[in-house]
Design a protein around this ligand. Structure first.
Ligand code: SF4
Ligand code: SF4
Length: 678
């Protein structure tokens, strides 16, 4: 088809105006992002974009069965179409700057064949996304907005259902299918001998009636109009994350870890006159930019333990509320709601799930810091902060009681002055809570049996400050951290083992900011090493009788889930006493020693104790531990192994409420191993 020069000019003007409108809308967001605090880290734009955008690293790890393949098809299909259009543009217009027309010969045939097929990934992916969205709408019904809060009610559907969510998918589908219709119409209008190199368009052209020049021209202009609509509406649609997620990845802090919160210094407080974040402009520019990358996919909401027991907290909504507050200047705590902010367990499931790198926990804790500084934390949360400040123990036990659990065990103490290789960091739960004390006692028994050179700080140990920090009391945390770091320096401590993943996280990831250089091991890591070295016997449970609950701060935040499993005996093996056959293959059926719950490893489900929630009031029907227990019990195992005193306390309380609770044994892995070594 030959366009007249007037038609060409109209086309150029339409494209230029639509692109200009798109860019102008993005530029209007710049002042909102720039309101924030400049970042202090050094980003790695190329590496991060290659990893998270081109490599789709986080997309691949979330929703591996549906969302990930669907998004990969859309993304790589879109990239292929973008590349095809760019190459065509260069071939046609590059001649003006001396680039010869390369769109011919064997290259052209390969171009037609490759991009014709790759474009189908885009069409199928978009159709899949739309079908899935409609299916979820059918299952859960439309989003109902609570008239009092103005926020969506919990209905189990991670996706929202605004009309524009459907319109954008319809537009993308029209663009994808329209491209093939246009290609087929050209073939039907002016067939060429090489058309079959583009198999999809060619097949479509064979079922088309004869296409006149006018009809072809009409299809061409309709497609061009859709492209213009796409450009103009893109910044208003979720698909804008093509750009905003790329910028977010480019500015992401390559050193950021889930386990570390940014410290605040007194100098900062004096300079800014505030603690934490009151209004959104007090977040960093990167955090504000990242809010615009949210495509409301609901992955964060789907995995949020608080939301999934019907609490008001919804991490997707938190992002939307903070984004709105960034525009209006409303206080973040008011926009999100204080109730939602306090409901967070800081489990980081949302951060792990978010494909565009949004760090919900940073933003929630920063808002909590402001609330604590303003005296707006009351009830049991405030009580725990007070008792921690008074005693250095999260349970409020006097410092003099910290050695009670050791009675009769002859536990070596650092102050005895004898050299030792590893410090056993007991933690408040291990020293105070009856269940935690059982783990501590089992662990020292095993350390003694294995001949490990260790000692404890005893009464010189204070709470690491983790609960205070995550509740928002940054300066109480820092005071405790500094005293503990001084004790480490006093005894030259370099290697620490602890049975508490919360202590482990703080010692490993956060004490570095206060001058400690420590190698910190979880007790399951040290015990696994001792078993591997033959210094302890491994446990030998029967296949399928044991399930293991991964603690968030061990498996997700500190990426440790193999060592605990090795203690249970995670190897897949054949049961030689019972002949079970996989009927489909007529082969012996492999039995796992460990019965895995639905969510495990990095995707584990929180017990509800983190972020200070352990000590906060909880409605009995809104305990995250109930949902987790359902998953653990569904495995059919009669022993639940744990590796965190917080998880143990929460699950123990949950088991006591269940009619089948008496049939389930709850043990720390150290106790399981102690049995094997008794
Ligand atoms: S915050 Fe991340 S995971 Fe949550 S809805 Fe937005 S993009 Fe999805
Ligand atoms: S950290 Fe956990 S509890 Fe908090 S919002 Fe994220 S998923 Fe929900």
């Amino acid at each position: 088809m030959h366009l007249s020069s007037t038609e060409k000019n109209v086309f150029y003007v339409v494209m230029a105006v639509s692109l200009a409108l798109m860019i102008a809308q993005f530029l209007r967001r710049l002042p909102v992002w720039r309101k924030g605090v400049p970042i202090h880290w050094k980003p790695d734009p190329l590496g991060s974009v290659a990893k998270f955008i081109l490599g789709q690293r986080k997309v691949q790890s979330s929703r591996p069965k549906s969302g990930a393949p669907m998004h990969l098809m859309i993304f790589y299909g879109f990239m292929a179409l973008f590349l095809a259009t760019t190459l065509l543009f260069i071939a046609v217009y590059g001649q003006a700057v001396g680039i010869p027309n390369f769109h011919k010969g064997a290259y052209y045939l390969a171009y037609e064949a490759v991009f014709d097929v790759l474009g189908m990934f885009f069409v199928v992916g978009v159709a899949w996304a739309w079908g899935r969205r409609i299916n979820l709408l059918r299952q859960h019904g439309p989003t109902v907005v609570n008239p009092e809060t103005g926020k969506p009610e919990f209905n189990g559907n991670p996706l929202s259902h605004e009309v524009k969510d459907h319109l954008v998918l319809a537009l993308l589908l029209l663009l994808g299918v329209g491209g093939y219709v246009l290609e087929a119409a050209r073939m039907a209008n002016t067939p060429q001998p090489w058309d079959f190199y583009a198999p999809v368009g060619y097949a479509l052209s064979k079922v088309m009636p004869a296409i006149s020049n006018d009809v072809y021209r009409g299809i061409w202009w309709s497609h061009a109009a859709l492209v213009a609509v796409f450009f103009i509406t893109l910044p208003q649609m979720k698909i804008k994350h093509i750009f905003t997620a790329t910028l977010t990845a480019a500015g992401h802090n390559p050193e950021a870890s889930m386990g570390r919160l940014e410290p605040i210094s007194m100098a900062q407080v004096e300079e800014t006159g505030r603690i934490g974040v009151a209004t959104a402009d007090q977040y960093t520019q990167w955090h504000l930019l990242s809010l615009d990358a949210c495509m409301t996919c609901g992955r964060c909401t789907e995995v949020c333990p608080a939301h999934n027991v019907g609490k008001i907290l919804n991490p997707k909504q938190v992002v939307a509320d903070i984004a709105k507050a960034a525009e209006t200047g409303e206080e973040v705590a008011a926009a999100v709601s204080e109730e939602a902010l306090w409901a967070c367990t800081t489990c980081n499931a949302c951060v792990e799930a978010c494909p565009v790198l949004i760090r919900h926990v940073d933003m929630i804790v920063d808002a909590r810091r402001h609330l604590v500084a303003e005296g707006r934390l009351s009830g049991s949360g405030a009580t725990v902060l007070r008792q921690m400040a008074g005693t250095g123990n999260a349970w409020g036990a006097p410092a003099g009681n910290r050695e009670d659990w050791m009675k009769g065990l002859n536990v070596p103490l650092a102050r005895d002055g004898k050299p030792f290789e590893v410090l056993f960091w007991v933690g408040c739960a291990g020293a105070t809570d009856p269940l935690g004390m059982r783990t501590s006692r089992a662990l020292v028994d095993l350390l003694n049996k294995a001949g490990v050179s260790y000692a404890c700080l005893g009464n010189e140990e204070l709470c690491t400050g983790d609960p205070a920090r995550r509740l928002g009391d940054e300066f109480q945390f820092q005071a405790q951290a500094e005293m503990n770091v001084a004790a480490f320096a006093k005894y030259g401590i370099k290697r620490v083992v602890t049975a508490c993943p919360h202590c482990l996280n703080t010692l490993r990831n956060e004490y570095g900011d206060f001058g400690a250089t420590l190698e910190v091991l979880h007790h399951t890591e040290l015990l696994a090493d001792l078993v591997a070295e033959g210094r302890l016997k491994g446990a030998t449970p029967e296949p399928g009788r044991v399930t293991y609950h991964d603690p968030c701060y061990l498996a997700r935040v500190n990426n440790t889930s193999d060592a605990p499993r090795s203690l249970v005996g995670d190897q897949t093996h054949l049961d030689e006493t019972v002949t079970l056959l996989d009927l489909a293959k007529n082969e012996p059926y492999p039995l796992r020693v460990l019965a895995e719950p639905e969510q495990h490893g990095r995707k584990t489900l929180c017990c509800g104790a983190g972020g200070g929630r352990m000590w906060m009031d909880e409605e009995p029907n809104q305990r995250p531990s109930n949902r987790r227990l359902d998953q653990l019990v569904e495995t059919g195992a009669d022993t639940v192994a744990v590796a965190c005193p917080f998880c143990r306390i929460m699950l123990d309380a949950g088991l006591k409420q269940r009619p089948d609770g008496d049939n389930i044994k709850l043990v720390d892995l150290a106790e399981m191993l102690q049995d094997a070594n008794s």
